[in-house]
Design a protein around this ligand. Structure first.
Ligand code: PMP
Length: 443
């Protein structure tokens, strides 16, 4: 009899996994609860990366499970195309707009099922906005090198990751990339004398890129994360967003914040963009929207974009975009319950406190380890940059000890993003394991 691992290797085409069947079988999870998962061999692991940065309230939350069951019993499906809706999708759209602070100017919510399609929707809305504004030549997009915005044909181009481009004849020439704001690299390896100096460089690079694209009237939008996660856990310089926004405003270019990782408490707020000091024109959400319980994404559309679309409604007619599963009632019920859990259990402020403890504890525990060259982060996103030892090897050794962390190979960084419910006790255990591996790797 074949075991599950053999069946999996034979039948399952995995994302971001070598094509060859001649590989070590992966973990097959059969149970997940709180911050722990169990595999097919009965081994348990502490998950310090929240699945794929998405299990914000932890695994197996009962309230969300009950809401999913209830919705699937009452309205198992109801489309949102052609003006129809279902109670859950309608309530969730309203709830999300109300979660945005009063000054945010977010006006509409569009639903999808992945971070990729949330960004794809924002790309299309940006083109629609400029078409309606009488500027159809604005079709180009700018984003950061090393950013992750998705894997559809357009969002893989938008992502600044060579691994997304290779083998697919990408990036498409409409997509341009600028440097990721990496303060540590700038100050320690690239000779910048201060953060301000570095931001001057990034601002000039943005200006030059816009001009090289044919001028502001060719560029539709800049997409950026509040804090680049997959790119290496890169907290931006404090004046990065206001300074970059000045350039975008001068050229009338839209700002789209990709909040797929940073929202729902990851940075201590409902939305990561609240930490940027600027007002985005659109926002993409996914992952923590349902804490990974079921697939769902949302694209928030701000006043600037919406008012133009509204004004040109006769010219536009139908919004020719959408998915069968847009606003799926079961997913929307999960998202509503997830928001309630975060609110009722006070997880924004708890997560913020736990994040501070995490950053402090990692800094303290790794202070005298020479292979640790930088510890950085905000909220429950912490990166440990290494030199002289491979992050992927450290991640593997942590896994051998029952701890899941993520190795960001490009920046040789260990990424931590534990669920908001992680206790201080578990933080100490997580950091203790990492310290042990780093100390042993150092000998
Ligand atoms: N945006 C960001 C910032 C991401 O990190 C990711 C996925 N890691 C995506 C978008 C794409 O999300 P999905 O995998 O759900 O398509």
């Amino acid at each position: 009899m074949e075991n599950l691992s053999q069946i999996d290797i034979k039948s399952h085409l995995h994302p971001f996994t070598p094509i060859s069947e001649d590989r070590t079988p992966g973990r097959i999870v059969d149970h997940a609860e709180g911050i722990r998962i169990r595999d097919q061999h009965g081994r348990t692991y502490v998950d310090a990366i929240s699945g794929l940065w998405c299990v914000n309230v932890g695994y197996g939350n009962r309230q969300i499970a009950d809401a999913i069951q209830q919705a699937s019993r009452t309205v198992s499906f109801a489309p949102t195309m052609f003006g129809a809706s279902n109670e859950y999708a309608t309530r969730l759209a309203d709830r999300l707009l109300r979660l945005c602070s009063g000054a945010s100017g977010m006006r509409k919510v569009f639903f999808g099922h992945s971070g990729s399609d949330a960004n794809e929707t924002a790309l299309k809305l940006a083109r629609l906005y400029f078409l309606a504004s009488g500027q159809p030549m604005r079709t180009k997009f700018i984003s950061c090198w090393d950013s992750y915005h998705g894997t559809t044909l357009a969002t893989a181009s938008l992502s600044g990751l060579p691994g997304h481009h290779r083998n697919f004849a990408l990036p498409d020439p409409s997509f341009l990339h600028v440097s990721a704001p990496d303060v540590f690299d700038a100050l320690t390896r690239r000779g910048f004398s201060s953060e301000d100096d570095y931001v001057d460089f990034l601002v000039k690079e943005m200006e030059d890129t816009i001009i090289a694209a044919g001028g502001g009237d060719k560029v539709a939008a800049f997409f950026v994360e509040p804090l680049m996660a997959v790119g290496g856990i890169l907290p931006p310089p404090s004046n990065y967003f206001p300074r970059i926004k000045e350039v975008l405003d001068r050229h009338d270019i839209l700002l789209v914040i990709d909040d797929v990782v940073c929202a729902f408490g990851r940075l201590g707020h409902w939305f990561g963009w609240e930490t940027t000091g600027v007002q985005p024109d659109m926002v993409s959400l996914a992952k923590g929207l349902t804490s990974g319980c079921v697939p769902m994404s949302a694209t928030l559309v701000g006043e600037r974009v919406w008012s133009v679309l509204e004004q040109h409604q006769d010219q536009i007619g139908v919004f020719g975009h959408g998915f069968t599963m847009s606003g799926h009632p079961v997913a929307a019920a999960a998202a509503l319950a997830n928001i309630e859990v975060i609110e009722r259990e006070n997880l924004l402020s708890k997560g913020k406190d736990t994040g501070n403890v995490l950053l402090y504890t990692v800094r303290n525990a790794t202070r005298y380890i020479p292979t640790v060259v930088n510890v950085r982060g905000r909220g429950l996103l912490v990166g440990i940059e290494l030199a002289g030892v491979q992050a992927s090897e450290v991640a593997q050794k942590c896994l051998d000890l029952g701890l899941i962390v993520r190795a960001i190979v490009g920046r040789n960084t260990i990424a931590l993003a534990p669920p908001l419910i992680t206790s201080e006790d578990d933080i100490l255990k997580i950091v203790g394991t990492i310290r042990k591996v780093l100390v042993e790797s150092n000998i």
